[in-house]
Design a protein around this ligand. Structure first.
Ligand SMILES: NC(=O)c1ccc[n+]([C@@H]2O[C@H](COP(=O)([O-])OP(=O)(O)OC[C@H]3O[C@@H](n4cnc5c(N)ncnc54)[C@H](O)[C@@H]3O)[C@@H](O)[C@H]2O)c1
Length: 294
């Protein structure tokens, strides 16, 4: 039995406050933790702040057990900053920057210098292997994949990825933190895309191909998944929720990693990403969100 006292985490560094990072900040605030939230610009932080406040306000409507917090209470639990060095006193750091190795790599190189050696880094990536991150830090045993589901505060389970070097102590720390968020961990091994996205990106990509071929409309494709298969969401709604740009980047990581044509991104997805039709976060994807304020 472990003699080591289990740490109750109070302050978490969250790097990258886009679609999934802002959801994570909401969840941490709803569970009483303080976040140091880092993004690249004041504009990105201002947008994240509004998204966080809106999601926190709506949270109790979707989840009866979610805390009802005032705007001031939420904001008092978050420090917004563009300086990565501000995470230096955080007890655990979770990175959620763009799904692009060229974006993530410099963040870890800096974080490794800034954060005390005892601090664990959670890698929130859709597809990038955790070993790749571990290899560029001096703390490979403290690097662990934390693939959160979207929207974070409504999803009770996290896909946790144990890299080849990830220690049991790190897994214990992750489980402690997820326990504070009332979440369960499903721990899997490290291969690009892990379980969830290695499978889900195949069906999102194929659903987009079916749409591209004119076999069915987006609502019809999603209806087959929901009404025939019993899924809560269809593949094209899911792509819109994740962000089409992130789906395309993830497919590119899978294709590069496995060199398997089954992961080749279909033309319509790439065209949508190139046109800025990212889904919910931009107001237009397979569906139009511009009049719904969502
Ligand atoms: N969207 C999802 O549903 C989802 C779910 C699980 C995991 N992920 C993963 O989480 C990560 C982020 O995805 P997203 O969908 O939120 O993308 P996003 O594009 O919505 O957000 C990425 C954020 O990272 C910021 N960023 C980029 N470089 C940075 C840097 N150097 N320092 C600080 N911030 C920086 C960007 O400004 C942006 O706000 C990706 O690796 C993605 O695969 C996404």
């Amino acid at each position: 039995m472990s003699e080591k006292p289990v740490m109750n985490f109070k302050t978490i560094g969250v790097i990258g406050i886009g679609n999934i990072g802002s959801g994570l900040v909401v969840d941490l605030a709803l569970h009483g933790m303080h976040t140091v939230a880092v993004d690249v610009s004041d504009e990105a932080l201002a947008e994240a702040r509004e998204n966080i406040l809106q999601a926190a306000r709506l949270a109790p409507m979707f989840n009866k057990s979610a805390s009802k917090l005032s705007r001031e209470e939420i904001l008092s639990r978050i420090t917004f900053t563009t300086k990565l060095a501000d995470v230096s006193n955080c007890e655990f750091i979770i990175e959620n920057v763009t799904e692009d190795w060229n974006a993530k790599k410099p963040v870890y190189e800096q974080l490794d210098r800034i954060a005390p050696p005892s601090v664990h880094f959670g890698v929130n990536t859709s597809c990038i292997a955790i070993g790749r991150v571990a290899a560029i830090t001096k703390r490979p045993d403290k690097i662990v994949g934390m693939h959160f589901m979207n929207p974070v505060h409504m999803k009770p389970t996290v896909e946790v990825i144990r890299g080849e070097s990830t220690s049991q102590e790190t897994l214990d720390a992750v489980k402690q933190l997820l326990g504070q968020l009332k979440k369960e961990a499903v721990v899997v091994n490290d291969k690009p895309g892990f379980v969830s996205n290695r499978i889900s990106h195949l069906f999102m990509n194929e659903a987009a191909s079916v749409f591209q071929d004119g076999v069915a409309t987006a609502p019809q494709i999603d209806a087959i998944f929901k009404k025939c298969f019993g899924h809560k969401m269809g593949p094209l709604e899911t792509a819109d929720l994740i962000g089409i740009d992130t789906v395309v980047r993830s497919l590119d990581v899978l294709y590069d990693s496995y060199q398997d044509p089954k992961f080749r991104c279909c033309a319509v997805l790439r065209q949508m990403a190139d046109s800025g039709h990212y889904g919910r976060k931009s107001g237009r994807g397979f569906y139009d969100y511009s009049s719904k304020g969502s």
